[in-house]
Design a protein around this ligand. Structure first.
Ligand SMILES: [Mg+2]
Length: 231
């Protein structure tokens, strides 16, 4: 059995609009009434996120002072993964077709995400994706899980998955951040990074994944070609 373990936000879901909305709201709430700030455009904001500029720094670039930028950063962290903001998520281009392609090819498909159960279910319902992922192929955080850092939490999720899942002759991970790459590498799994998510190419290159491709469907095509050559 060939297996693909995929991250969710980034490869399958485009979260840029949610993050940008939350940025705007937190900036507005943090500034003083008389204070002029420089609201970034979505493209400017997303470029900074993709180059891993910290939220505090984004606050300062937007015209907040240092103390405000701290407040802004905390508020953003507490807000970005809450309702009602998940409604702004949309499907990454070509993702559903690629998921369907995986299923048609008989490849075992696993989702591995730092979303909580209710957050993952929300997106599954919103975009009718649930049928692609049986319960025993969903690796996410429980609703009451206390998060530390993604780059620590994700390898833990990976080790649970590798203990529980039936053996596969070959496994690939697809993801868009350092946490995905760390989780795969710590467990000796090949990893393809996609450029359609929250990190740009130079940040991904720094983490040294096996390959970097444009998006989820490019990654799936590559895995299929590779597995045909090696069978
Ligand atoms: Mg991701």
């Amino acid at each position: 059995m060939l297996r693909i373990i995929t991250d969710f936000d980034g490869p399958i879901i485009d979260v840029s609009e949610r993050y940008y909305r939350v940025y705007q709201i937190c900036l507005e709430k943090t500034r003083n009434r008389e204070q002029r700030v420089k609201k970034l455009t979505k493209a400017e904001f997303w470029r900074l996120k993709r180059s891993r500029i910290s939220e505090t720094q984004i606050g300062i670039i937007s015209g907040l002072d240092a103390a405000q930028a701290e407040t802004f950063s905390q508020m953003r962290r507490q807000t970005v993964h809450t309702q009602p903001y998940f409604q702004y998520d949309c499907l990454a281009s070509g993702a559903v077709e690629a998921v369907a392609q995986i299923k048609r090819a008989g490849i075992d498909l696993v989702v591995m995400t730092m979303r909580r159960v209710r957050e993952l279910n929300y997106a599954f319902n919103q975009y009718d994706l649930g049928s692609f992922f049986p319960d025993n192929r969903r690796y996410c955080l429980s609703n009451d899980y206390i998060k530390t850092r993604d780059v620590e939490d994700k390898p833990l999720l990976m080790s649970r998955a590798l203990n529980e899942l039936p053996a596969a002759y070959d496994t690939w991970m697809i993801g868009d951040t350092e946490a995905d790459i760390a989780a795969a590498k710590r467990h000796g799994i090949k990893v393809i990074a996609v450029e359609c998510g929250i990190r740009d190419r130079s940040k991904l290159e720094f983490e040294q994944p096996d390959l970097i491709v444009r998006d989820f469907s490019s990654a799936v095509n590559l895995i299929q070609e590779y597995s045909l050559q090696t069978v």
